[in-house]
Design a protein around this ligand. Structure first.
Ligand code: NAD
Length: 498
C-alpha cells in the first residue's frame, strides 16, 4: 500500500503560550508516530511543570486584565462564529491531518471537522440567547443571578476524534469568557496546533487560548495540580479520571469528567431488524471502534439471535479495512502500536471466552500498520472480560436474552453507564426500558445522533457531571445570587436588651 503523507507537515509541534509558538523551557520533546507506518514523523514539545506555569500565568493575566471576559456576549459570539467559518473552510486540510495522525477514515474525519465547527456555532448562538433567573418577593426583595466566567479552565482531551473533542470543551469555555490551557492527547497532537492559527485569525486576544503538548503524567498532571486553575474538564479513561479526581481534591476544583464506556445495544425481536443491523454495525465499527459511546455489547432476543448473529458476522466480514486516506475505507488503522497491542490482546482473550464469528486478527494483505479486522464474538457470557472491559477497538460482544428483565439485567451488568441503544417497536417497552437502563444517554431505534442541546455524560464509572447545551454554560460559570432589599431591612435587633 502506498503511504499517503499530507503536504506541508510541520517540522516540529510546539506549545502556544500567550500568542506565541514556543518550545518547552527545558527543550524536552517526544516522538509522534503515524499509525500506518508506525514511524515517527515529527517531534512535539513535551510540556513540563515550567511550561504549564507559563501557560497558566498567561491565561490568568488575560482573564484578570484582558478584554475577553469583559466583552459583550455578542462580540464574543461574533468571534466564535468566525472560528466556525474558518474551521469549515479548512475542513479538508483538517480532516487530512487528523486522518494522518489518528488513522481514522477520511470520510469520518471530515464529519468530525464539520461537527467541530458546529460546536462553535452552537455556543456562539447560545450565549447571546442566554437569560438568567430573577426572583421577586413582592415589596421586599428582588434576587437575581449574576453569571460570571470562573477563570482559567484546564482542558484535557483524548486521542479519539481529537479536534472535535477539543472543540467540545473550547467552545463553551471561551464562549462564557474564561481563558484556557488545553493539554491534548500525546498520541495525536497534530491538529490541536491548528486552533492557535484559527483563533488568532478570528481575533481571540493573546493569552486567552494556550496550548501545552506533552504526556499526561507530566503536562496533564501539572495542569491538574496548578492552584490557579479552578476548573478541569477531562475526557479520557475512567482510571485516569480517578487519578485526576484525587489530584484535584486538595484544591477543591470544579470537575467535569467524560470517561469510558461499554454501552449495550439491545435488539428485541419486534424491532426493525434491518435498521438495527445497520446501526449496530456502524455503532461499533465507525471511528475504528475507538468511540466512547460505541454499542460494544449487543444483546439480542433469543428468537432472532441465530439469524442476527449470522447476518451481523457477514456484514462485519464485508467491512472495508484499509488506508485511512482512501474514501472507500470504513475502518482505518488504530491510533498507536500500544493501543493496537491492547486491542489485539482482547481479541485473543475473546477467543478463549466466546465463539469467534468474524475477524479475530490482522486483515489479510495489511501486513504493517495498526490494522485489526472487525471482530465479532457471539455467545459472550456476562462474566467474560470482553463483556465487562472497554476494548476501544473494532471488537463486539453479542449475547442472547430471553425476557425483558434479563435484557435489563445484562444491560446494567457493567461498571460503566455511558450510552444505551434500544431497538423495539413496542412503545411501553421502549420507554420503560429506556428509563430503567443505567446510562447517561439512551437512543431509541437509532444510532448515536445527538442534538447539541441535550445533556451529554455518563453515570457510574462513565463520568461525573453533564456537559452539553446550557449545562456546559453552567459548568464554565459561577452563578452568583445577588439579593436586593426593596423595603425595610428586617433584622432581629441583637445587642439591644441591656
Ligand atoms: P487517557 O485517559 O489515557 O488520556 C486522556 C488525556 O488525559 C490525555 O491527554 C492524557 O495525556 C491525559 N492524562 C493521562 N494521565 C493523566 C494524569 N495523570 N493527569 C492529567 N492528565 C492525564 O484516555 P485516552 O486513551 O486518550 O482516550 C480513550 C478513553 O477516553 C476511552 O476510555 C474512552 O471511552 C474515553 N472517552 C470518553 C468520552 C466521553 O465523552 N465519555 C469521549 C471520548 C473518549
Amino acid at each position: 500500500m502506498t503511504h499517503y503523507i499530507p503536504e506541508d507537515l510541520p517540522s516540529s509541534i510546539q506549545h502556544f503560550i500567550n500568542g506565541k509558538f514556543v518550545d518547552s523551557v527545558g527543550g524536552e520533546t517526544f516522538d509522534v508516530l503515524d499509525p500506518v507506518s508506525n514511524t515517527s514523523y515529527v517531534t512535539a514539545a513535551a510540556g513540563q511543570k515550567a511550561d504549564i506555569d507559563l501557560a497558566v500565568a498567561a491565561a490568568k493575566h488575560a482573564f484578570q486584565h484582558g478584554p475577553w471576559p469583559r466583552m459583550m456576549p455578542r462580540q464574543r459570539s461574533r468571534v466564535l462564529h468566525t472560528i466556525a467559518d474558518l474551521v469549515e473552510s479548512r475542513g479538508q486540510r483538517l480532516a487530512e491531518l487528523e486522518t494522518f495522525d489518528t488513522g481514522l477514515p477520511i470520510t469520518q474525519s471530515l464529519g468530525q471537522a464539520n461537527r467541530a465547527a458546529e460546536n462553535f456555532r452552537f455556543f456562539a448562538d447560545l450565549i447571546v440567547a442566554q437569560s438568567d433567573d430573577t426572583y421577586k418577593v413582592p415589596g421586599r426583595q428582588v434576587n437575581y443571578v449574576n453569571r460570571k466566567p470562573i477563570g482559567v479552565a484546564g482542558l484535557i482531551t483524548p486521542w479519539n476524534t481529537p479536534f472535535m473533542l477539543e472543540s467540545w470543551k473550547l467552545a463553551p469555555a471561551l464562549a462564557t469568557g474564561n481563558t484556557v490551557v488545553l493539554k491534548p492527547a500525546e498520541f495525536t497532537p497534530l491538529s490541536a496546533s491548528l486552533w492557535a492559527e484559527i483563533f488568532r485569525e478570528a481575533g481571540v486576544p493573546d493569552g486567552v487560548f494556550n496550548l501545552v503538548n506533552g504526556l499526561g503524567e507530566e503536562a496533564g498532571d501539572a495542569l491538574v495540580k496548578h492552584p490557579d486553575v479552578p476548573l478541569i474538564s477531562f475526557t479520557g479513561e475512567s482510571r485516569t479520571g480517578q487519578i485526576i479526581f484525587g489530584n484535584a481534591a486538595p484544591f477543591l476544583k470544579g470537575l467535569s469528567m467524560e470517561l469510558g464506556g461499554k454501552s449495550p445495544a439491545v435488539v428485541f425481536a419486534d424491532a426493525d431488524i434491518e435498521a438495527a443491523l445497520d446501526a449496530t454495525v456502524f455503532g461499533v465499527f465507525s471511528l475504528n471502534g475507538e468511540r466512547c459511546t460505541a454499542g460494544s455489547r449487543i444483546l439480542v432476543e433469543r428468537s432472532i439471535y441465530d439469524d442476527f448473529v449470522a447476518r451481523y458476522a457477514e456484514r462485519a466480514k464485508n467491512i472495508v479495512v484499509g488506508d485511512p486516506h482512501d474514501p472507500a475505507t470504513e475502518v482505518g488503522a488504530l491510533v498507536h502500536p500500544e493501543h493496537y497491542d491492547k486491542v489485539m490482546s482482547y481479541v485473543e482473550i475473546g477467543k478463549t471466552e466466546a465463539r469467534l464469528v468474524a475477524g479475530g486478527g490482522r486483515p489479510e494483505g495489511l501486513e504493517t500498520g495498526n490494522y485489526v479486522s472487525p471482530t465479532v464474538f457471539a455467545d459472550v457470557s456476562p462474566d467474560a472480560r470482553i463483556f465487562q472491559e472497554e476494548i476501544f477497538g473494532p471488537v463486539v460482544a453479542i449475547t442472547p436474552f430471553d425476557t425483558d428483565e434479563e435484557a435489563l439485567e445484562l444491560a446494567n451488568n457493567t461498571r460503566y453507564g455511558l450510552a444505551a441503544y434500544i431497538w423495539t417497536n413496542n412503545l411501553k417497552r421502549a420507554h420503560n426500558f429506556s428509563q430503567s437502563v443505567e446510562a447517561g444517554m439512551v437512543w431509541l431505534n437509532s444510532n448515536n445522533v445527538r442534538d447539541l442541546r441535550t445533556p451529554f455524560g455518563g453515570v457510574k464509572a462513565s463520568g461525573l457531571g453533564h456537559e452539553g447545551g446550557y449545562r456546559s454554560i453552567d459548568f464554565y460559570t459561577d452563578q452568583q445570587a445577588v439579593h436586593i432589599t426593596l423595603g425595610e431591612a428586617h433584622s432581629p435587633r441583637f445587642g439591644t436588651s441591656k
